[in-house]
Design a protein around this ligand. Structure first.
Ligand code: ME8
Length: 634
């Protein structure tokens, strides 16, 4: 069986976990779950980094021992990870005996290579990072590039690792393996650093007392970063449980924030090269979640209250938002407005409505999953898109492009909503003749929903299960691999469907005070901006008006019949005060074609036309030349 080993950084216990640390860990969880879905034997590691000067200082400030501090802090992480429904296989603490034993063995192995020597170190040191910086790496005014705080000049007798010896080997490896460091921007950065020359690094701290002593000189503590990096192998029982280590090492991907790329992409691989261990297959550095442009961090005090967000919108919406909204390799700025917009547009409208509508029609007209007896228009296209979506999602997940994978899935969701619309499935219940077709369309919708539920399950596991339950399918998703949707038609007909219930109840967007109107035109909103994806979720089409009539007892309304090329629609529009029916016939207008049908004065309206309206005037949007009906408007 193929194995897949994914890791997060191990987080310092000098602060509680926050949205930033949760972001890394959720992403790793999604990847782990996706690979399990593919039938692979996955090992997902996360944990905490408990040694070093920062912990020592904090424990002294609190008047407790370092171990007591770690024992108080570690459960905050495990509790949060449980709440976030993370599926890690191990939670490694660096104060555990497993880690201490493994790290000691690794240091001994490194010592034996002859690449460790004693020397004097002098350099700029940031105590918060517990890291030396070269003059070139310091931010302007000689501050630490991460904390933007002054660094100290430190001179110490230390043990060194001969990193410089591995410069050529590293360069060759990075060059020969384009996937080794991703995204590309980070790969280039690391290559630049390597090519401009590597200095040996100190691996011990004489002034620190909280850590793992160097096995070959107990008077020195191992530099916290050196033993922390070892966690990726100590968690597998390096040096003892040969089976687990050989099964999962090398890691498929080490995931981390971009702040700690150089430790993972330079120092760690060089140490592994020194002891002749295979290198991890990929180091992927993701961007930061920012709040008003500032990296979210406990020290900055700009954390976002996860409990409130999860309490209000649910855990799955929370997991969904951060992976859908931000491109994984880039920074992303958090905004509450965007959260609500995405929740309503993607989850409540697109996905929630598709499920509700489909199950509502199945319950009302069949009660059980219908038989697909009567193939018809669009069916093959829908089946083709299902297959394509599975393949494209797989390729995108391979690139850790979570946002794009979700977008692909949602394109499929929106296509099925349009299929419902195009086939007007709700209108086929009228006669026994058309009921077979109705059942087939609904079967296809349900089969699409089953595929969608499997594909979204790594991102929103509870939602996937709820969809499945509502569809009347009993087995939970943990047992539903990707292979169960690889062939169209795996959905069993004849099963009783569950009760449709909204999976993401719509939330009211807070109404903002309207801007004062300037003359005839209202000010154009610069707040609540929408993304191109949201705009593209609207299916705008050229529609030709083929008939129009007034509606008795409704002075403002006209009933239009429009041609959309592949189908005809009926639309009710509030334009009677500005147009008489005969003005409209033959005109080509813009129709919002994927709007949920509604009844206006008891008459069904299957779309909405676009018009500009001021205080007095109203003009229907038309085209400057004739186009085939159904042409997409972008
Ligand atoms: O660096 N946005 O631990 P740490 C995105 N112990 N990710 C963020 C983030 C943000 N605003 N803030 C933090 C350490 N992170 C070391 C690691 S590994 C051998 C040792 C995430 O507690 C991101 O993954 O400072 C970042 O790299 C990590 O938390 C830093 O965690």
């Amino acid at each position: 069986m193929r194995t897949f080993y994914v890791t997060t950084p191990i987080y310092y216990v000098n602060a509680e976990p926050h949205l930033g640390t949760a972001y890394s860990t959720i992403a790793a969880d999604v990847l782990a779950r996706y690979h399990r879905l593919k039938g692979e034997d996955v090992f997902f590691l996360t944990g905490v980094d408990e040694h070093g000067e920062n912990i020592q200082t904090l424990a002294a400030e609190k008047g407790i021992s370092e171990q007591e501090l770690c024992d108080q802090m570690a459960p905050m992480f495990t509790k949060l990870w449980k709440k976030l429904n993370l599926s890690n296989d191990i939670f490694l603490r660096t104060t555990s005996e497993l880690h201490k034993r493994g790290a000691t063995k690794f240091l001994n192995a490194l010592y034996k290579t002859g690449d460790i020597y004693k020397g004097k170190y002098d350099g700029y040191y940031c105590r918060r990072c517990e890291s030396f910086y070269t003059e070139r790496e310091l931010a302007e005014s000689k501050n630490c590039p991460v904390h933007k705080l002054p660094v100290e000049w430190v001179e110490e007798e230390n043990y060194f690792f001969a990193l410089s010896k591995y410069q050529d080997g590293l360069r060759a490896h990075i060059r020969a393996n384009p996937e080794f460091i991703q995204p590309e921007s980070r790969r280039n950065e690391v290559l630049n650093v390597v090519e401009s020359g590597l200095k040996d690094v100190s691996i011990s701290r004489a002034s620190v007392s909280w850590g793992i002593p160097l096995p070959f000189d107990q008077t020195h503590m191992t530099y916290v970063w050196i033993e922390a990096l070892c966690n990726y192998i100590t968690a597998l029982g390096y040096g003892e449980d040969g089976e687990k280590f050989h099964k999962y090492w090398p890691a498929n991907v080490h995931m981390m924030g971009k702040d700690i790329t150089r430790f993972h992409a330079i120092i760690w691989p060089a140490m592994l090269m020194a002891v002749n261990l295979p290198l991890p297959r990929q180091i992927f550095a993701h961007g930061f979640v920012t709040n008003q442009g500032e990296k979210i961090s406990k020290t900055k005090g700009n954390v976002i209250d996860m409990d409130t967000l999860i309490g209000e919108f649910g855990l799955d919406a929370f997991r969904y938002f951060f992976l859908r909204e931000f491109s994984f390799g880039n920074d992303g700025d958090y905004s509450q407005d965007r959260f609500v917009l995405r929740y309503n547009a993607d989850l409540a409208n697109d996905l929630g409505n598709l499920l509700n509508r489909t199950l509502g029609l199945v319950s009302k007209n069949f009660g059980v999953i219908p038989e697909p007896t009567t193939p018809g228009e669009f069916d093959d296209e829908v089946k083709g898109i299902a297959r394509e979506t599975i393949d494209q999602v797989d390729a995108l997940m391979g690139q850790l492009a979570f946002d794009m994978a979700l977008e692909k899935i949602w394109e499929f969701v929106r296509r099925i909503n349009r299929y419902v619309q195009q086939t007007q499935v709700w209108s086929l219940a009228k006669s026994e003749e058309t009921k077979g077709r109705m059942g087939t369309i609904l079967y296809n919708c349900m089969e699409s929903l089953r595929t969608i539920a499997v594909l979204i399950s790594p991102f929103v596991p509870d939602t996937a299960n709820r969809i499945r339950q509502q569809m009347g399918l009993d087995e939970c998703f943990e047992n539903q691999g990707l292979d169960t949707v690889s062939e169209w038609g795996g959905l069993p007909s004849g099963k009783t469907v569950g009760k449709p219930e909204p999976i993401f109840p719509r939330k009211d967007t807070k109404r903002k005070p309207r801007h004062a109107a300037s003359s005839q035109t209202e000010q154009i909103a610069t707040e609540n901006l929408i993304s191109i994806d949201q705009f593209q979720s609207m299916d705008l089409r050229v529609a030709e008006v083929i008939a129009a009539e007034r509606i008795p007892n409704a002075d403002r309304l006209l009933k239009l019949q429009v041609d959309l090329g592949s189908e005809k629609r009926q639309v009710v529009a509030g334009i009677a005060a500005h147009y008489s029916p005969e003005d409209l016939v033959g005109k080509q207008i813009v129709l919002v074609a994927n709007l949920k049908p509604t009844k206006i004065r008891g008459i069904e309206s299957q779309g909405m036309l676009l018009a500009a309206s001021g205080k007095k005037e109203l003009a229907v949007a038309t085209f400057e030349k004739r186009l085939p009906p159904g042409t997409q408007v972008r």
